[in-house]
Structures are given as C-alpha cells and as structure tokens.
Ligand binder design. Structure first.
Ligand code: WT7
Length: 641
C-alpha cells in the first residue's frame, strides 16, 4: 500500500482514475474484513449517495488493535506526554491498548450503550480519550468528540442534535498553566439535554465536581467491575463510525458523518503514504523500534481523529498524544517532546509555527531534533516565511515538508506531497493523492482546464473518506456541498493550479474564517454577538493576523451609541457573551461600534467593503453606489480599529 517512488505515484494515480474500484479494492484487501464486500463503489453526487465496500463487514478496532497483537503486541501503540513535563508519561503497547479499549467498551455496555447509540466525548488530551473513542467503535456506538474549548451551550447544541445517550468526560483538564473545568461545563450543558442518561467521569485534575446520583459515575470505579474480554461488534462498511461537528457559512454547526469501512481505508492509506510511515504490516521484527508519529492536533478535531488515532493505529504505528501546549512551560516544549521521544514525524499547524517563530531561535538552539525525518503542516495555508523557518530550524533542511490540504468532510488528506517523493514548493499543497480528482471551476460552474489558472476547488469523483451525510439533515449536506456546482463536491476553497500542475490553496471563498487553523462561521459569531443585550445587529469578517492567520473583526450596532468609557466595558462584555455562547476560540480580536452597516437596497450586507476596511485597505473600496446609505462607509472607515 505504500508508494515509494514518484513513478509509482504516477502509476497509482493513473490507475485510481482509470479504474477507481479495483484501485481501492486492492488497498482495502490489506485490512481485516469479517465478510468481503460485494460492490466496491456505488455513487451519485446528486442526492448525494456514496457507498464504499457495499455489504462488507468489519470492525475498525479489530484493524487498529487485534490484528497487530500477533506481530507487534509489545510494540508501543500510544505514547502519552503530559502537560507538565515533570509528570510521568504513559506508554501503552498494542496489547495494553487493546486491553484497555475492551475494558472501557465493557463499561459502556454495562451502562446501557448499544450499537448505534450516540456518545458525546468531552475530554482532556489523555490516553483515556483515545481509549474512549476506540471503545465506542468497538461496540458500534457512534462517537461525537467535542473539543475541550467549546462552551456549555455548544456542547448542549451538539448533544441534542445527535440525541446522545451518554457523555464521557473528566473533572478537569490541564492546558499550559491553566486548569479547565470540564465536568462543570458538562453539568451546565446537561440542564438542557433530556436524552443524556449517564455521564462517565474520569479524574484528572481532581477539581471538586458535583456527581448526580443515578446519572454520574466515576470511570475508575466502573473499570473495576469489568473484564478485558469484549468481542468487537460486526459493523457494516457503511454503518456510522462517528459524527464531528464543523462550522459552515450558516449559523448552526453541521454534524459531519463518517462511516466505518471507507474512512478506515482512507485514513490508513493517506497516513502511510503522505508521511511515508515505514512499517508495512507484519514486516517489522518484534525488537525493532517503530517510528514515532507526533501529531499536535487535538483529538477534538478531524486531524486528531485521523492522524492521532485511526490512521496510525490502523497502520500499526506508534502515535504520540500530547496533553499540553507548544509554549508551556516554555516555547521549546515541542522540541523537548521531539527529543525526549525521538519523534520521527512531526505534524503541526502553521499557526503554531508562526507563534513559535515569535520567540526567536533561543528555544530551538540547544535541541537535538536529529530524530526528525518528516515534517507536516495542516489547517491553513502555510506562508513562505513560516515554511522556511520550519525547514531551516526544525527540519535542518533535511526533512521533507508535507503541506497537507483537506477538510473535516474529507476524512483524510486530499492534496499533499508524499514525503521525500513529491518535489515540494513552499506554500503549495502540490498534487492530489491517488483517488482524488480535483477540478477548478468558475462562478458558473464551468471547469477551468489547463495549468496556470485559478478557480473554486471542487472534487469530481468520490474517495473512500468523503462525508456521507450531515447528521439528521441530509438535505443540508446536499445543499452545502453538492448543489453549488451540480455533479461536483464543492470544498469552499479557492485554489491556484500553477504551470507545473501544482495546487496552492488560497483560502475560503465562503463566509467561513480560519482562525489558528480552526474553522469558524461568521454567521455563528454574529449570532453570538447578537445575543448580547443592547446589540441590534452585527457583521463579522476576517482580516490577516500575523499568528492566527485570520483574526475576527466585528462591526457592532448597539441600541445606544456607547461613550468611550462604556465602549471598552461593552466590548469586554460582548467577548464574555461570545465565550459563553460558542467558546473562547470564537472571540473577536477587534470590535468596532458603528451606527449602520453597508447594505444594498435589497438589504444584503456588502461584506467585501467590511473586509477591506478590516484589512486596513481603504484606498479602493470599489463601487459603493448601489448602497442604501453610502455615507455609512465613510463613518466606518474613519472609526476603524
Ligand atoms: C479548511 C478545512 C482537516 C484539516 C484541518 C482543518 C483550510 C486545511 C490546509 C492547507 C490551505 C488549508 C481550508 C479547508 N485548510 N488545510 N494545507 N492549506 N488551507 O480542517 O476545520 O475542516 O477546515 O481548512 O480552507 O477548507 P477543517
């Protein structure tokens, strides 16, 4: 399954286009199936309806755990590095991880969970998080992991959308020098969640928490009464594996649905090829050290699902789970983790690189970093300066950088170099992986052919990891991804294809922001701001931010124009409201009070103008003659913050 030369990539790519079914069938055969599939692919992008490995039966945890026991049972599967470097970490071999996943799965069963139930997971970055995810998959329960930075309201919305029956959480989380109350936040959320019958609470920070009799149980207690014997549930390839919520251009986050068979094949295939993880199944001598893969994402995002948990484990790799943040206890922490565990592959985000660049070279200069072989980047376009800093100071110009472009909806990487195989170019995601057929289209949906062109990025053929639906609302899935350009999956990204046929993602073309690699819908932030007392209306746009990539700029109309003193206080109150409604990640960086917004006669806000002002580029605001009240533009320009 691993491509080792550029010629092999070209052959694989060609085959994947000419005969996608046999291309993917061959790859899927390397996994363990309880029952083979009868049809490799059935699809149309109009309903849409996509099914891979139809009729195939499997359990993803048998592929991620059981099948490695004979060949690499004593090899580290998961290495955990705690937030505090002086605390002892944990290394779980495949055998130990298998054991713990089975025990946790039995705890879930004991608490009434059956196949198909939805389980919400709101946890710190500890081994129990990965174990909880896999325990759900073991018994066919659908996990919905919520990033620990989301508010009680966001948790409640997600729990209710999926009608979750059980929540797995912890008392609190450590993140840098902060202690974050998780159970307290879950308690607030559950006031409005009638479907939740049970909460399983692990202890991490031992913060005092309330434990409601009949609803809340301690994980440690529950684990005492179960065995490690838990046969894996037989799942259909198209049974739901998980839901993961992500923002779009409308107010409400969508529950992206991934299924067992296709997602597994795609996460594993892309992991092994993009990062060139060199542990073909069963070929490693038991005594040989396996390469260590360190993805710095949180498991609460798709990157963590696919490249901390499922992809690496499906390939029998050693995956490193880091609880903390890159700047704690100091800005050399990531490099300390790399040296401590002899990390071979480091996969992180441009925002982290840019923030560490700001600390200069001191935190890097006495680090070894010679274990590194491959560097990865994900989440947003990587600017050339950050790319070179990463290449020069971390990779020491001897590690290929893979700039991986993909989305929550894709399950795995779609456009990326293969490490050491594809010639890289700073700020280019380069070429599509085998099985991925990108097209650029103009506003009318007409395909733009040839090289040296730009357009909106679409994909014209399904790959195994594509989303199947948005939970509880298939029409929304069709509308969002398959209706803009009929017959194509629309990514929402703008893209350039250069003279060499290399792809460079230029950013979202819809009303979605990318703040520190996190996707945030402008409408969502506006809704939150509008919930603040006295706010009449608001408009949110992105602007270039040195570290975050994009910052959030909010124009706010209040019922009474605040005085200067009040304005500062009101701004802080608005931030508190946004934090309460969505979470701190959605807090605007800048707030400007305005008396009106630039609207067309039909009442549409002209965001183009607001974006320009937020960028500080007011020289050419374009045509404002169609505005209802052109004078408001002058006022906004003069008051820009
Ligand atoms: C959006 C998806 C799954 C990756 C983590 C974020 C942007 C992602 C890149 C990249 C340029 C990128 C796109 C995409 N994006 N990776 N390498 N270069 N842009 O997943 O939250 O679903 O966001 O992130 O705009 O549409 P996500």
């Amino acid at each position: 399954m691993r491509i080792t030369t550029f010629a092999e990539y070209e052959t694989a790519y060609q085959k994947s286009v000419e005969d996608p079914e046999s291309f993917w069938a061959e790859i899927a055969q390397e996994f363990q199936w309880r029952k083979p599939w009868t049809k490799t692919l059935q699809w149309n992008f109009t309903e849409p309806n996509v099914k891979w490995f139809v009729g195939g039966k499997l359990n993803i945890t048998e592929n991620c755990l059981d099948r490695h026991l004979a060949t690499r049972g004593d090899q580290p599967a998961l290495i955990w590095e705690p937030n505090d470097p002086s605390e002892a970490g944990v290394t779980l071999t495949y055998r130990m991880l298998h054991d713990q996943v089975c025990r946790m799965a039995n705890v879930l069963k004991k608490n009434g969970v059956v196949k198909g139930d939805r389980i919400c997971i709101y946890m710190p970055m500890v081994p129990e998080l990965a174990i909880a995810v896999l325990a759900c998959a073991r018994i066919g329960a659908v996990h919905s992991v919520i990033f620990g930075g989301f508010s009680a309201q966001s948790i409640a919305d997600r729990i209710n959308d999926a009608a979750c029956k059980l929540v797995i959480t912890a008392d609190g989380a450590y993140r840098g020098n902060k202690e974050i109350p998780l159970k307290g936040t879950v308690d607030d959320a559950l006031i409005g969640c009638p479907t939740v019958e049970r909460v399983i609470v692990m202890t991490r920070t031992r913060t005092p928490v309330s434990m409601l009799k009949g609803r809340d149980v301690w994980m440690e207690q529950e684990l005492k009464h179960v065995t490690a014997d838990c046969p894996a549930e037989e799942m259909d390839a198209e049974d739901m594996l998980f839901i993961l919520y992500t923002s779009g251009s409308t107010g409400k986050p969508k529950g992206v649905v991934h299924t067992c068979g296709g997602y597994m094949v795609y996460a594993a295939y892309t992991f092994q090829n993009v990062f060139q993880y060199d542990a073909p199944l069963g070929e490693r001598a038991p005594t040989e050290r396996s390469p260590v893969h360190f993805c710095t994402a949180d498991i609460g995002w798709i990157t963590g699902h696919s490249y901390i948990v499922y992809g690496p484990l499906a390939c029998g790799a050693t995956t490193l789970l880091f609880e903390g943040v890159p700047t704690y206890p100091d800005a050399g922490r990531l490099w300390d983790v790399v040296d401590k565990h002899d990390v071979n592959i480091l996969y992180t985000a441009p925002t982290a690189i840019r923030s560490l660049m700001g600390f200069g070279l001191d935190p890097v200069k006495d680090k070894d970093l010679s274990s590194l072989k491959v560097l990865g980047s994900v989440g947003e376009p990587i600017n050339e300066e950050a790319w070179h800093w990463y290449d020069d100071n971390i990779g020491k110009n001897r590690c290929p950088i893979v700039d991986t472009w993909w989305q929550t909806e894709n399950g795995g990487i779609l456009i990326s170099p293969l490490a050491g195989i594809t010639k890289t170019k700073p700020s280019f995601a380069t070429l599509p992986l085998p099985g991925v057929q990108p097209v650029l289209v103009d506003e009318n949906g007409k395909e733009i052919e040839g090289n040296g062109v730009s357009g909106n990025l679409c994909i014209k053929f399904p790959w195994p990891g594509i989303l199947r639906t948005t939970y509880g609302d298939h029409e929304r899935c069709r509308q969002t991804y398959f209706a803009t350009y009929p017959g194509l999956y629309f990514t929402g990204d703008g893209c350039l294809r250069d003279e060499d046929g290399y792809y460079r993602i230029t950013g979202r073309v819809d009303d979605v922001l990318n703040v520190s690699g996190h996707r945030i819908g402008t409408a969502e932030v506006e809704n939150a701001i509008n919930m603040h007392t006295g706010v009449v209306e608001s408009a949110v746009v992105g602007y270039p931010h040195d570290i975050k990539g994009q910052g959030i700029y909010a124009y706010v109309i209040t019922d009474q124009q605040p005085t200067d003193h009040d304005a500062e206080l009101t701004k802080r109150d608005i931030l508190a409201t946004v934090t309460r409604v969505i979470g701190a990640i959605a807090k605007p960086d800048k707030i400007q009070f305005v008396s009106g917004l630039p609207k067309t006669r039909s009442g549409k806000i002209m965001r183009r103008i607001l974006r320009k002002i937020a960028e500080g580029d007011t020289s050419n605001l374009g045509d404002t003659s169609t505005l209802l009240d052109p004078a408001v533009v002058e006022e906004i320009k003069n008051g820009a913050v």
